[in-house]
Design a protein around this ligand. Structure first.
Ligand SMILES: [Fe+2]
Ligand SMILES: [Fe+2]
Length: 163
């Protein structure tokens, strides 16, 4: 039986290209989900930073400004990868949580909740990229972001400790 080698090769090349496109689309979807959460973290910090009152408020506000700067960096990194992978950074935004009663520790607790979510989502995204050599640089960047999110968790836990 005559086997048309070039046809078979073409078929496998098409399958491989489709798999790569699917993988890229999955990664873009994952990065957009992370981006949506980063926007929410940014919005929450911006909205509530000056609603922190009390003896520690100024020190905490200053430190939270550092967190906000980090989130802005994360946003830029995610946007850059999404565009490079042929995607579009999401135009969606999550609604900013209404914190009631509006108290110092309630605000920090909400921040901590979002930081915990970030840590678990970045950890999962990194695990999902395991073994994909074409995404090595992305994985390293996500690991660096994860380390910063973990620092944010540490800070908030320390502030909330006496509470
Ligand atoms: Fe972040
Ligand atoms: Fe964070």
């Amino acid at each position: 039986m005559h086997i048309n080698q070039s046809r078979i090769e073409k078929f496998f090349a098409t399958v491989k290209a489709q798999e790569e496109t699917k993988k890229k689309e999955d990664v873009v979807a994952c990065l957009n989900d992370l981006l949506l959460d980063e926007y929410l973290q940014r919005d929450l910090y911006e909205s509530y930073a000056y609603l922190l009152f009390g003896p520690e408020a100024i020190a905490v506000q200053e430190h939270l400004q550092g967190h906000l700067d980090d989130e802005m960096d994360h946003i830029k990194i995610l946007q850059r990868y999404i565009v490079t992978l042929g995607g579009l950074p999401t135009l969606d935004r999550k609604p900013i949580t209404v914190i009631e009663p509006l108290e110092f520790y309630a605000i920090l607790e909400k921040d901590l909740e979002l930081e915990h979510t970030a840590v678990s989502k970045y950890s999962k995204a990194i695990a999902d990229l395991e073994g994909s050599t074409e995404f090595t640089a992305l994985k390293i960047d996500l690991e660096n972001i994860l380390a910063q999110e973990m620092e944010h968790v540490h800070d908030l836990v320390l502030w909330l400790k006496p509470y």
